[in-house]
Design a binder for this molecule. Structure first.
Ligand SMILES: C[C@]12CC[C@H]3[C@@H](CC=C4C=C(C(=O)O)CC[C@@]43C)[C@@H]1CC[C@@H]2C(=O)c1ccc(O)cc1
Length: 238
């Protein structure tokens, strides 16, 4: 029997509490202001831009690890599976974050400067296009903060990442988040019954960026650009 409409769309008290934990964790972690300030001050050579992006990426990964630890249930997973989930989702979570940064929270002026620096940081055109197409497709969704935070947590809690042993345990954590996201979409986008499906469709587009990102790293390496130990660790750069 299908659930009565009330239960199907109404967000329960415990779902609201769960959402507040995720949203608070998502908002608590931001890029350090001194890094954001450098964005506006440093000069524009390819090397300088790459160094700045490297610093931002490294800070972003630290932010990501902190956020992940706050997802209810994550720390009770098998420790090796925790690592497998973090490494498996790091690129996607980072690109989701940057897409959201471009479409919402960036203080005025930062967006243009950041775009300029990305376009002049040694990334070749063939990777630039899919990346900015993704930014545009996320921007068009006009996600509210709760949706952004939940979509990031759902991306991290993806059961079929490489080397995850207990996929069911991850599914049990991801499913409740998908249910809350479905209800949030109905609540915040009443005129678009397909909005939830469109949101999940972006996760598929996000996966294609994994491939482009690996190529970007390789082309930087070939030009002798250096990464930080944390980035090498989480992105498997040799
Ligand atoms: C991912 C990225 C580094 C991290 C940047 C992102 C663009 C926008 C961002 C916004 C952030 C915010 O507002 O919170 C945090 C940093 C990020 C997420 C860059 C686009 C390409 C670059 C990259 O792939 C890269 C990889 C390795 C490097 O050493 C340097 C750059």
């Amino acid at each position: 029997t299908t659930k009565p409409t009330k239960e199907k769309f109404e967000i329960t008290k415990e779902q609201q509490d769960f959402m507040n934990v995720i949203l608070d964790a998502y908002n608590r972690h931001q890029i350090p202001p001194d890094v954001a300030k450098k964005l506006l001050q440093e000069q524009y050579s390819a090397e300088e831009n790459f160094l700045l992006l490297t610093e931002m990426a490294t800070s972003q990964v630290q932010v990501l690890v902190e956020f992940t630890k706050n997802i209810p249930g994550f720390l009770s997973l098998d420790h090796e599976d925790q690592i497998a989930l973090l490494k498996g989702s790091a690129v996607e979570a980072t690109f989701l974050r940057s897409a959201q940064a471009f479409s919402t929270k960036m203080p005025s002026g930062h967006t243009e400067v950041l775009e300029e620096r990305i376009r002049k940081s040694g990334i070749s055109e063939e990777f630039m296009t899919p990346m900015f197409n993704f930014y545009k497709s996320i921007g068009e969704l006009h996600m509210v903060q709760e949706e952004q935070a939940l979509l990031t947590a759902i991306t991290i809690m993806t059961p079929d990442r490489p080397y995850v042993k207990d996929q069911q345990a991850v599914e049990r954590l991801q499913e409740p988040m998908l249910d809350i996201l479905r209800k949030l979409c109905a609540l915040h986008h009443p005129g678009e019954p397909q909005y939830f499906a469109r949101l999940l469709g972006r996760l598929t587009e996000l996966r294609t960026l994994n491939h482009y990102h690996a190529e970007m790293l390789t082309s930087w390496r070939m030009n002798d650009y250096k990464f930080t130990p944390l980035l090498c660790e989480i992105w498997d750069v040799q």
